[in-house]
Design a protein around this ligand. Structure first.
Ligand SMILES: C[S@@+](CC[C@H](N)C(=O)[O-])C[C@H]1O[C@@H](n2cnc3c(N)ncnc32)[C@H](O)[C@@H]1O
Length: 378
């Protein structure tokens, strides 16, 4: 997560996005080299909206591909990307990536949106091979937001969880799954390519509407497998699920019953970055898992972000430390009802999506099961 510096608006033209000092920008969007950022419209609060395409590399060999795969090799029959024998290697055998010449104007801190006309969108779609489209996730997102709108960007943790799901399809096949803090919905969409039902949850009408549009944009991926996604509001700060029929994203009685009866997996990508929210998130995990009829497993991804703080006069990772504290508390909890087991998983599974799987990305597994009451033991 980058905090960007203030750029005086007067120095820029209208077609350039300027950033406020509290603006955050996901590295996922920073790391799209040689990519033209296509702005499709402004959202309800005046933020530029982009649509990015993420190709699923079904060969699962994207592990080393942190940069633009198109420049590394030819695409094989299965969508695999093979390394071109002509690709130069350095003395250690690493790819010697040819950098594009730096453009002193374009390489300034800034995003240069191209506003798409409807005609351009259509011809762009026409030109693309339909078969390849089947393996492309299209995600509407914003490029830089204030902290309260971080869910409108795609974060690396979402890709890590998506990779994990794609590497374990049989485990999730036919399952009912709940995602907390789903943001743009990318992980839920990938989950719905294998699971039967995904409750994709977050807060805020604007974000949930964006998420709903992303679900619709990716029907080509979820419909063939019969996976369904319901976008719902679930606020960790609230004690109950929102059942207010006035809200577009409220829960029906059937939803609540299905959630409690059938859910066996919970997911959450990059949701622990603020201590109060992290506390609320863990309370929610406890509340939900303790109401499920089945034992459940929670998969959490987190990026351990290092920050220099004046308080410590050193680099620290306070949000991560608090996350670890909450994990330990959950495992040590003795409420007499539930038992939680925590385990960190290795990140060695294949990479199906293009992003930089940095060392700070972690995947955690929480197993939750009800303790037998003494009445049941008799
Ligand atoms: C860093 S974003 C991660 C989004 C997405 N999972 C991803 O990795 O791309 C954190 C998410 O937590 C959500 N969130 C923050 N506070 C929340 C709350 N009180 N209840 C539910 N979701 C919340 C945000 O709206 C946002 O979508």
């Amino acid at each position: 997560m980058c905090v960007l510096v203030f750029i005086p608006p007067s120095a820029y033209h209208m077609d350039r996005v300027s950033f406020r000092s509290d603006t955050v920008l996901s590295d996922v969007h920073l790391l799209l080299p040689n990519t033209c950022h296509l702005m499709s419209c402004l959202n309800g609060v005046g933020q530029p909206v982009f649509v990015s395409k993420f190709r699923i590399l079904r060969g699962g060999n994207g592990g080393d591909c942190a940069a633009d795969l198109g420049s590394l090799g030819e695409e094989g029959e299965n969508g695999d990307t093979a390394i071109n024998p002509q690709t130069p290697l350095d003395e250690d055998g690493d790819l010697d990536v040819v950098r594009r010449p730096r453009d002193p104007i374009k390489d300034r801190v800034g995003v240069y949106p191209v506003i798409l006309s409807q005609a351009e969108v259509a011809s762009d779609q026409d030109e693309e091979d339909e078969e390849k489209q089947q393996e492309v996730i299209r995600i509407e997102h914003t490029m830089a937001t204030p902290l309260e709108d971080v869910g409108k960007q795609v974060w690396r943790g979402a890709f890590l969880l998506a990779d994990f799901i794609l590497s374990q399809p049989t485990m999730f096949k036919g399952a009912t799954v709940l995602e907390l803090g789903a943001g743009t919905g990318l992980t839920s969409i990938v989950m719905a390519t294998v699971a039967k039902m995904v409750y994709c949850t977050d807060i805020g009408e604007d974000l949930l509407n964006m998420c709903q549009r992303n679900v619709a944009l990716n029907k080509h991926l979820t419909e063939p497998t019969g996976g369904d996604i319901k976008v719902r509001q679930l606020d960790w700060m609230a004690d109950d699920l929102c059942t207010d029929s006035e809200s577009d994203f409220s829960w029906t009685e059937e939803d609540v019953a299905e959630l409690h009866d059938k859910t066996s997996f919970l997911l959450a990508a990059d949701v622990c970055y603020d201590d109060d929210l992290t506390d609320a998130f863990f309370r929610t995990v406890y509340r939900i898992t303790s109401h499920l009829c089945k034992p459940s497993t929670v998969y959490l991804s987190i990026e351990k972000r290092l920050n220099f703080t004046l308080r410590h006069m050193d680099v620290s990772c306070e949000a991560y430390d608090h996350f670890r504290h909450c994990l330990a508390e959950l495992q040590g909890m003795a409420d007499g009802k539930m038992k939680y087991t925590i385990k960190q998983l290795e990140n060695f599974f294949p990479q199906f999506l293009q992003y930089e799987r940095v060392d700070q990305l972690e995947l955690w597994k929480i197993t939750s099961s009800p303790l037998q009451t003494s009445a049941e033991e008799v």
